[in-house]
Each structure stands twice: as C-alpha cells, then as structure tokens.
Design a binder for this molecule. Structure first.
Ligand code: NAP
Length: 286
C-alpha cells in the first residue's frame, strides 16, 4: 500500500485563510495592512521562492515591498537593511538567500531586529524559540519558517505525537535544529541526526515521525522507513532537471503519510513566513 500524500498546498491555503482574518484585524487597528519587505538579489537566483512569497502575501492581505539589489558594495545592502529596520511602515522583512555578494549570514542576523524578523533567523528569534517548552508557547513566536512548517505538517498528519519517536536528519540552524526543538514541544522524543551519525538506517527505522532535511537525494532508502511512519521531506534537490527530496522514490511504499516534493514542505514554509509577518505586526498594535 502506498502512503497517503500530505499536500502542503492544502495546509498552506488553510493557514493563509486564517492569516487573512488576522491581517484584516491588524489593518483595522493600524489603519493599513501588515507590510513585509523582501530584499533579494536582482539576478534570477531567488526567483521562484520570491514569487511564491508575493503570491502568499496577496492571498493573506499582506502588503509586500520588494527591493531587488544589483551587485554593489556591502555597505549599500547594510544601509538598506538599516533603513528597513527603522521604517515604522514596515512590520517585518526578509533578506533572501543567497545573500548579496559580500553579505554574510551574521551580517544579516545583526541587521534584522528580532521584532522585524519574518523568517525567525536572528539570534533573538532563536533565543525565544529555545526558551519555549510547549507548542502553545512556541507556536506564538516568529520561529524559523521551515521548522515551523515541519511541526505544522506533523500535526496535520493526524498521527499521535506525544511520547512517540521523531528522528530529524540534518542539524542546520534554520531547518533541522529548530525542527527538532519544535517537535520536542509537541512532546515527541527527538533524535537529531547528521553526517557523523552512526547507524542512521537503524535510527530512522525507529522513527514514528521522520524529518528529512539533509539536502541529499535518495539518502533515506525505503527499508529505512518504519511501516506507517509520517515522513516529512524538506529536502530540495535537482536531479536530472527534476526536483526531488531526500527520500528514495520507493519510501512511499512503507510510510503511512508522506509530504510530496515539490508541493509538501515548501508551500507551508511560505505560509509560515506570512503568518510570522502578521504576528510581528500584531505585536506592534499592542
Ligand atoms: P544544510 O545547512 O546544508 O544542512 C544539511 C544537514 O544535513 C547538515 O546538518 C548535514 O550534516 C546533514 N547531512 C548532509 N548529508 C548527510 C548524510 N549523508 N547523512 C546524514 N546527514 C547529512 O542544509 P539546510 O539549509 O538545512 O537544508 C536542508 C535541505 O532542506 C536542503 O535540501 C534545502 O534545499 C532544503 N530546504 C527546504 C526548504 C523548504 O521550504 N522546503 C527550506 C530550507 C531548506 P553535518 O551538520 O554533519 O554537515
């Protein structure tokens, strides 16, 4: 039997409908819609993610202002970020990756104030997230979007989570590590695996929820998946011109529920960036 597909587009449109109601309430209080600024390189590298964010903002009633940066001095980029940080008409902003030449992740983290951090990628946002013990606390924060998306998909899968085993493959600051923390707020017992993990296959076979965030196509073989497991595949890899995740194509035969690639984690991640923007705008109205 093949796994049930957990369609991220369906969950994303449900989240964006909720976002729309909250955005209208913010608009009534602020006298304008919540507003997100996105800073992206002028070349095509950020293209499809940028378009998806603009569409999702439109669906939720969030204004979006896009700044396309031509290659230029680092100081110019940092100057723009400082302007956005000080601009009272901007509720949140995003510096798209890949960052403009000369700008590092730590530059970005220093330039984005935590109260305008739509992607939850600054030290302040991480600090707040790791202080949250329960899902109720964590889900009220502007946390890293892909990690939030993975936790929301785990909930949407409908399988019991409390006390069950989760294995997260990948320990990056933006995806695997915060996803592991968020699953622990859902009372799962979590193991965070990475490239030095021994016996990864055996570990994966114990997982009731298996999160893939390695960026390694086909890493997780069919026989590594516990029968009936929830398989959340954040991997985005291009293989012979096609987008694929980290799970081998046959994994659907053993999983109970599986996110497709594309159309699984990606759309929910985008919706989470929009929800984060609204959350930050709501805080400004208090
Ligand atoms: P990253 O920073 O490169 O981290 C990859 C992680 O995977 C590292 O912790 C690495 O271990 C681990 N890893 C790599 N190969 C492995 C292997 N063979 N066995 C076990 N662990 C392995 O990547 P990332 O930014 O977290 O992104 C991960 C994937 O998610 C990528 O495909 C990316 O495109 C995708 N992504 C998707 C979305 C979305 O919205 N769908 C958003 C962001 C990222 P070490 O730490 O030991 O090196």
């Amino acid at each position: 039997m093949s796994a049930a597909l957990l369609d991220g587009r369906v969950l994303a449109s449900r989240l964006l409908a909720q976002a729309r109601r909250r955005a209208s309430a913010v608009a009534r209080r602020l006298g304008r819609a919540p507003r997100l600024a996105i800073v992206a390189a002028a070349d095509a590298s950020a293209g499809s993610y940028l378009k998806a964010k603009i569409r999702a903002c439109g669906a939720a009633g969030v204004d979006v202002v896009v700044h396309r940066l031509s290659p230029g001095p680092r100081a110019k980029t940092l100057g723009l970020l400082a302007d956005l940080a000080g601009d009272a008409s901007i509720d949140a902003f995003i510096l798209e990756t890949p960052y403009p030449r000369g700008v590092s992740a730590s530059d970005a983290a220093a330039a984005i104030p935590p109260d305008k951090d739509a992607e939850g990628v600054t030290p302040g946002a991480y600090g707040r997230l790791f202080l949250a013990k329960t899902w109720k606390e964590a889900s009220g924060l502007a946390a890293p979007c892909t990690a939030l998306a993975l936790a929301r998909l785990a909930l949407a899968a409908g399988a019991p989570l409390s006390g069950r085993r989760a294995v997260v493959v990948g320990r990056s600051a933006t995806v695997g590590r915060p996803a592991a923390h968020l699953l622990s707020t859902l009372d799962m017992t979590v193991t965070l695996a990475h490239s030095r993990t021994r016996s990864l296959a055996a570990l994966c076979r114990e997982a009731d929820v298996l999160v893939l965030a390695a960026g390694a196509p086909g890493l997780i073989r069919t026989s590594w998946v516990k029968r009936g497991a929830v398989l959340l595949d954040a991997g985005v890899n291009v293989v012979r011109g096609r987008l694929v995740g980290d799970a081998a194509p046959g994994a659907a035969a053993r999983a109970g529920v599986l996110t497709p690639v594309p159309g699984g984690v990606g759309p929910v991640t985008t919706a989470c960036a929009v929800l984060n923007t609204i959350l930050l705008a709501e805080r400004r109205t208090r």
